[in-house]
Design a protein around this ligand. Structure first.
Ligand code: FES
Length: 116
């Protein structure tokens, strides 16, 4: 399975989210100690950038600054209202300091189903 490069591990400040655009897809990339999480950057509540929000390192969530919904970095599920739908979560691989996500995960994270 092919993978897509997201960014360098060194580009990520600890315990915060960074917006990275890969092939037109907006991603929130979060580093907590040695763990890296990649979720969709667009809040499922009202189309706001999650990477502007705060990371909760204990709960492993990213909070939307617009209305306060917090999303699990592990499964994308909202942990509180007002969001009720999950955001996409991507399989992450870190190789020699570079972060990748798999192409299959990319496709399943998008709402348009058909692949050519
Ligand atoms: S836009 Fe994110 S909680 Fe409303």
């Amino acid at each position: 399975m092919s993978v897509l490069r997201v960014c360098e591990l060194a580009d990520l400040a600890p315990d915060s989210a960074k917006l990275v655009v890969v092939n037109g897809l907006k991603l929130s990339v979060v580093r907590i100690e040695e763990d890296v999480f990649v979720i969709g950057d667009t809040c499922s509540h009202a189309n706001f950038s999650l990477s502007e929000g705060e990371v909760d390192v204990q709960d492993k969530t990213l909070e939307c600054t617009k209305h306060g919904a917090a999303f699990s970095l592990e499964n994308g599920e909202p942990q509180c209202l007002p969001a009720t739908k999950p955001v996409p979560v991507y399989d992450v691989e870190v190789r020699e300091g570079t972060i990748y996500i798999s192409q299959a995960e990319l496709a399943s994270g998008q709402t348009s189903g058909d692949s050519a």
